[in-house]
Structure formats: structure tokens, C-alpha cells
Design a protein around this ligand. Structure first.
Ligand SMILES: Cc1cc2nc3c(=O)[nH]c(=O)nc-3n(C[C@H](O)[C@H](O)[C@H](O)COP(=O)(O)OP(=O)(O)OC[C@H]3O[C@@H](n4cnc5c(N)ncnc54)[C@H](O)[C@@H]3O)c2cc1C
Length: 470
């Protein structure tokens, strides 16, 4: 009997689903694909199964096609749907569409792929948690929480983001309290509040904004505080002509001090032309992976320590209407942004006392709130992730953190580098776990390219190099 090559994909969010769809699109050869997913809905994952219709994409529709080879696929899909004709046609590519609509788009393509599989490809979808992986010359297996085992020639980790880390405070016991919501993407974080309650959101980025939208949508009347070390607030997307002059001077070898001076020079130029500084960041975006890959370790550390937060503010912006809504809440005193360091969070009877050392004044500010929501962004150090799959793979040395501890050590194409420094021929990854390697490994414009190239790589390893399959 001829054995058909098999691929197990762990995680059925955007990355896992897009890799599966690309495997089906690209493979001319027989293939068995198994998709293993827990919790979030396939293929929407965490981001696109949002519970609030006013949570919008942070990337304009024109850049959200699932297929890099068909950049207008998403906007053409929107145009083909009568119910979405409300999105003005000429402005559609620049429009920030609700994430639930994007989830429906992914769902339709995924279902269409599964219902029209070519005869040489089979797909098996398993709703379960992968808890361990064994790699051996006699066969590789994924162990599931239910006790079953899945055998596969190649295994892809597409498991998305982890919950945020608990910020450092004097006494961590508060983090066991029912007043603390570590998962900012769960609707429970914003439910069950009373009119006279106040809320503290730790973090001042896009997830904070999502939570503020959810709170105001359900009629929350209390005050919302949002704190981060710098107190930077997200900027607004603006319509403007692309600025690309910086690209003429942007050549390897890259060094952070030279890049910094180049940025300052071009930001001055754009400001003098009445354009905002983010135009320079947008211009460099297609080159970010190339730059990051060639920076020295010292330069990466310098970037993380001094520039990362500013870069994040310029990169992750808000649609203008949401930005204005936030400014309105700030001007009415309903939302207060605080720059400072958390010192202490304590439960006192039915309330929570929060102490913050303010960045500018160094004063100690005390807040009384009813709830604390953690919007500081996903935890990235895999050596500290308390999930069976990650901790088992880490203990065995099958995965190790990259040198920046932002994800897994791997090659840019997703080939995992094991703890003994050997290149895996069986285990691959994609998505945010590649952040330490690529820096930009977060949003659809780069994730769809990863899905396409990883699928091509897996097929060619299975079919053109049988030795790599051993
Ligand atoms: C709230 C939010 C909004 C975002 N908005 C945008 C946006 O507007 N535009 C954009 O381009 N990007 C956005 N992003 C970035 C987003 O991360 C990517 O676009 C993309 O959705 C990531 O997909 P993923 O498959 O890597 O992760 P996920 O969608 O999280 O999928 C991972 C899946 O793996 C499953 N899983 C994890 N561990 C296991 C296991 N052990 N066994 C089985 N299954 C497992 C999870 O349950 C989940 O279903 C957003 C991210 C978030 C969190």
C-alpha cells in the first residue's frame, strides 16, 4: 500500500487555516492534512471571532486579502456581497472593516476549500488540544488532550498568541483575585460592571482601545484609567500620499544608530512638508524584516530598550473615527491615560487600590477601581509559558526561545532550530512565534506570505527530497 505524506497543523486561526488553504491550492500530489484546534473558532481564531461588531481591523481592507497572489481578493469579496454595499466603493481599499466581517470572509474561503477538495487531498479537522509532540525516525506524533495520537510526516505550530504576562508589582497575590482579568480578549473582561464602578486597563495600545469600545458600547458609565510606562496613546491613520524618499538612503549594512539618524532626518523632512512622521515608518515597513534579520544582537537589544515603544505607536494606529471617539472620552474625563509605573495593586474589601509612580512628576498616584484588565500584549518568552504543548516541547529541547525571547528559535522560513542547534526536518512554525526572528510577524500582510511560502516548502520537502522526510 502506498503511504500518503501527511502534515499536521496545530492551530486553526488565520495562520493554520491559511497554510492549509495554500497546501490545497499548491499541492499537485497526494496529501493528508490534519488540522488540530482548541478553543477559538476555525478559521477566525482569536482576532476575527471578536464579540463586538465595532471592533475593526487595524489594517485597511485593501491589504487584508488572504492570498498574497490575489491582493484584491478581500475587497472583491466585500464588493460581491449586497449586505456590505454600505462601504463606499471608491474608499473601500482604505476602509477599516469590522473584524467580524473579516471572520466571515475567512470562514467562507475555508469552507469553500474544504467542500471542494481535489481527490488527491484529504483534510481531517480535530477539535482538541495538542499537548505534546514526539519526533522520531520511526514516525512523528502529536499527542492530544483526549488521549488520541495523530501521526504526521511534518508538523506545523500555528498556535497564535499567548495571554499577557502579569506586570511586576510588589505583591502578586492580587493576580488570583476575581477583580483581575488577564485575558483582555474575553467578553467577560467587560461584563458585570455597575454604573459607579471604575476600571483600570493596564496598557495603552490597540487592545486597550478595543476594551474601551466594548465598555462604552454596553453603557458603562464609570471612569476608565489606562496606564503604561510611557503613557503613549495610539495615533490616528491619516490619508496621505506615500513618502518613499528614505528608501533611497536605506541600504545594508544596517546599524541602529545610523538608522535612527536617518529616521530623524526624514521625519524632519516630512514634518516640514506638513506630513506626519508615521509616513516614514510606513515607507520602511516592507523592509523591516530585512533590516531586523541583519541587525546585530546588541542593536536588537538597543531597539527593544529605547525605540520599540515609539515604533509601536507609529506602526499600530487607529482608524480616524475610533481615534476621535477616544479623544472625546478623554476630553469628557471618562478616559484618562497615565504614564507611569505600577507599584502595587491590592484588593481592599470590595475594591482595588492601585498605586502608580507617575513618569513625569514621579508623584505617587492612587486609584480606586473595581476591576483591572490586562492589555499589555501577549507574553512571548516560551520558557515561561504555562501550557502543556509549549512546556513539553521546551523541556525536550524541541523548541527553545530565540535570542530576543520573543518566540521560538527558527529560520526565517519557519524551520525550527532545536535546542541542540540542529535544523528540524519535521517541525515548523509560523505567525507570532517568529517575531524574534522577523520582527514583523504579526499582521495579515506578512502572515499570508508566510502561509504561502511555508506550504510550498512543505510540499517540496515531502515530494522533491524524500531524504528530508526520513
Ligand atoms: C484582538 C486582535 C486583533 C487583531 N487585529 C488584526 C487586524 O486587524 N489585522 C491584522 O492584520 N492582524 C490583526 N491581528 C493580528 C493577528 O494576530 C493575526 O492577523 C492573525 O489573526 C494571527 O493568527 P494566528 O493563527 O497566528 O493566531 P490565532 O488566531 O490566535 O490562532 C491560533 C489558534 O491555535 C489554537 N491553539 C493554540 N494552542 C493550541 C494547542 N495546543 N492545540 C490546539 N490548538 C491550539 C488557538 O486556540 C487558536 O484557535 C490582531 C490580533 C488580535 C489578538
Amino acid at each position: 500500500m502506498k503511504i500518503i505524506p501527511s502534515i499536521a497543523i496545530i492551530g486553526g486561526g488565520f495562520c493554520g487555516a491559511a497554510t492549509l488553504i495554500q497546501l490545497v491550492r499548491q499541492s499537485e500530489f497526494p496529501l493528508n492534512i490534519v488540522l488540530i484546534n482548541k478553543e477559538n473558532q476555525i478559521p477566525k481564531g482569536l482576532a476575527y471571532s471578536s464579540f463586538n461588531e465595532r471592533h475593526v481591523l487595524n489594517v485597511p481592507a485593501g491589504k487584508m486579502s488572504i492570498f498574497p497572489e490575489e491582493p484584491d481578493h478581500f475587497i472583491n469579496w466585500i464588493r460581491s456581497k449586497k449586505e456590505y454595499h454600505i462601504f463606499a466603493d471608491d474608499e473601500l481599499p482604505d476602509t477599516f472593516i469590522p473584524r467580524v466581517i473579516y471572520g466571515k470572509y475567512l470562514e467562507e474561503i475555508f469552507n469553500d476549500t474544504i467542500s471542494n477538495l481535489p481527490d488527491h487531498i484529504s483534510v481531517n479537522i480535530i477539535n482538541d488540544e495538542a499537548v505534546d509532540i514526539d519526533l522520531s525516525d520511526s514516525g512523528n506524533s502529536v499527542k492530544l488532550k483526549s488521549g488520541s495520537e495523530i501521526f504526521a510526516d511534518k508538523i506545523v505550530l500555528a498556535i497564535g498568541n499567548f495571554l499577557p504576562d502579569n506586570p511586576k508589582i510588589r505583591d502578586n497575590s492580587f493576580y488570583n483575585s476575581e477583580k483581575y482579568f488577564q485575558n483582555p480578549w474575553n467578553r467577560k473582561a467587560v461584563e458585570g460592571l455597575k454604573d459607579n464602578d471604575n476600571v483600570l486597563i493596564i496598557g495603552t495600545g490597540l487592545t486597550m482601545v478595543d476594551n474601551v469600545i466594548s465598555l462604552t458600547d454596553i453603557g458603562f458609565k464609570g471612569k476608565i484609567y489606562s496606564v503604561s510606562t510611557n503613557g503613549y496613546f495610539p495615533l490616528s491613520h491619516k490619508k496621505r500620499k506615500p513618502y518613499t524618499d528614505i528608501l533611497e538612503e536605506l541600504h545594508p549594512p544596517y546599524e541602529i544608530s545610523k538608522l535612527y539618524s536617518l529616521f530623524r532626518k526624514h521625519i524632519k523632512i516630512v514634518l516640514s512638508k506638513g506630513i506626519t512622521g508615521e509616513a516614514v515608518v510606513d515607507a520602511v515597513r516592507p523592509k523591516t524584516q530585512e533590516i531586523w534579520l541583519s541587525l546585530s544582537m546588541e542593536d536588537k537589544i538597543r531597539f527593544m530598550a529605547h525605540i520599540r515603544h515609539l515604533w509601536g505607536v507609529a506602526r499600530h494606529r487607529l482608524p480616524k473615527n475610533i481615534f476621535l471617539q477616544m479623544q472625546d472620552l478623554i476630553s469628557k474625563g471618562r478616559l484618562e491615560i497615565i504614564g507611569g509605573r505600577l507599584q502595587e495593586i491590592k484588593k481592599i474589601s470590595d475594591h482595588v487600590l492601585v498605586t502608580i509612580k507617575e513618569k513625569k512628576s514621579l508623584n505617587i498616584k492612587e486609584l480606586i477601581v473595581s476591576r483591572v484588565i490586562n492589555c499589555t500584549g501577549p507574553k512571548t518568552d516560551i520558557s515561561k509559558i504555562d501550557q502543556p504543548l509549549i512546556s513539553n516541547l521546551y523541556k525536550k529541547g524541541l523548541i527553545v526561545p530565540d535570542e530576543m525571547r520573543l518566540g521560538i528559535n527558527a529560520l526565517p522560513d519557519g524551520t525550527i532550530i532545536h535546542g541542540d542547534n540542529t535544523l528540524s526536518t519535521k517541525l515548523f512554525t509560523t505567525g507570532s512565534l517568529l517575531k524574534g526572528i522577523l520582527w514583523e510577524s504579526t499582521a495579515v500582510p506578512e502572515l499570508r506570505i508566510q502561509a504561502k511560502s511555508l506550504a510550498g516548502e512543505l510540499i517540496s520537502r515531502l515530494y522533491s527530497n524524500k531524504n528530508a522526510n526520513a
